[in-house]
Write a protein that binds this ligand. Structure first.
Ligand SMILES: Nc1ncnc2c1ncn2[C@@H]1O[C@H](COP(=O)(O)OP(=O)(O)OP(=O)(O)O)[C@@H](O)[C@H]1O
Length: 247
């Protein structure tokens, strides 16, 4: 049995109050997993800890069997992190940026160039491949940041709100790229406020509230749990309300 892509055990983080509260979560290799939760539920905080950008107060993070807290470099080699605020060098073109990122990851140059061209084409950035990113819209920058995250062929892709702010065509391009990666065995974890995206794309959905996972499963399993409601929005609001009542 290959190890799961991600195992979080007893993960905890407090700022002025506890934000992540003894979270246990396992995501199998090859899954497309969506993390849902109301504003402030701790989604970004969890992803930042997994990506090694924030140190947990307690708990363990295992990425394909590697202890990410003990060996963050080895864990980071296997994953990509795409923030909801894309950071791209404005004075580089998309192809220069991808070349730079591939260099950081020591991707073999010919492979890196081929991957960069593929990504630029798939994400519809072809006509802008040689323009400076400084003049790009937020959606275009999001796509460049996503391409940068994928250029080293990560096995685990972690995305925070990857579709927010994208127009329908761009959202479709990003979804297609992610679907293709999942079809080739890559694991994707993403947060989203767009319930329809979670409903259509994710194999499993985790609902977070108050720093804990209050429900998890396929859409059909979640639906079964709350009764007869039909949309994910109904299910989500019901689960969060129950979570709040229990707390
Ligand atoms: N660096 C920080 N310092 C202090 N408080 C923080 C910090 N980062 C996050 N928080 C707080 O932690 C809580 C959870 O934030 P987080 O961004 O993880 O939530 P989220 O579920 O991603 O929310 P949203 O859906 O609004 O993006 C919030 O109350 C936020 O104010």
């Amino acid at each position: 049995m290959p190890p799961p892509a991600l195992v979080l055990s007893g993960l905890a983080k407090a700022f002025d109050r506890p934000v992540v509260n003894g979270l246990d979560l396992t995501i199998d290799a090859g899954e497309f997993y969506a993390l849902l939760g109301p504003n402030g539920a701790g989604k970004t905080t969890i992803l930042r800890m997994v990506a090694g950008l924030l140190r947990p107060d307690a708990g363990a993070i295992s990425v394909f069997g590697i202890d990410a807290l003990a060996d963050p470099v080895a864990a980071k080699r296997l994953m990509a992190w795409v923030s909801d605020e894309p950071m791209v060098y404005e004075r580089l073109t998309p192809l220069e940026y991808l070349d730079f990122v591939a260099g950081l990851w020591q991707v073999e140059p010919a492979r890196a160039r081929a991957a960069a061209h593929d990504l630029v084409d798939w994400l519809g950035l072809g006509p802008h491949a040689n323009e400076l990113c400084g003049g790009f819209s937020k959606g275009m920058l999001q796509k460049v940041a996503l391409a940068g995250a994928l250029v080293h062929d990560p096995r685990l892709i972690i995305l925070d709100e990857p579709l927010t702010g994208l127009d329908a065509g761009s959202a479709r391009q990003v979804k297609d790229v992610l679907r293709a990666r999942v079809a080739s065995g890559v694991t994707v974890i993403m947060t989203t406020h767009i319930l329809e995206v979670a409903e259509r794309m994710a194999e499993r959905i985790g609902v977070l509230s108050g720093g804990r996972l209050i429900a998890e499963g396929t859409l059909a399993e979640l639906r079964e749990r709350v009764g007869q409601q039909s949309t994910l929005e109904d299910i989500f609001l019901d689960l969060v309300a129950r979570g709040n009542a229990a707390a």
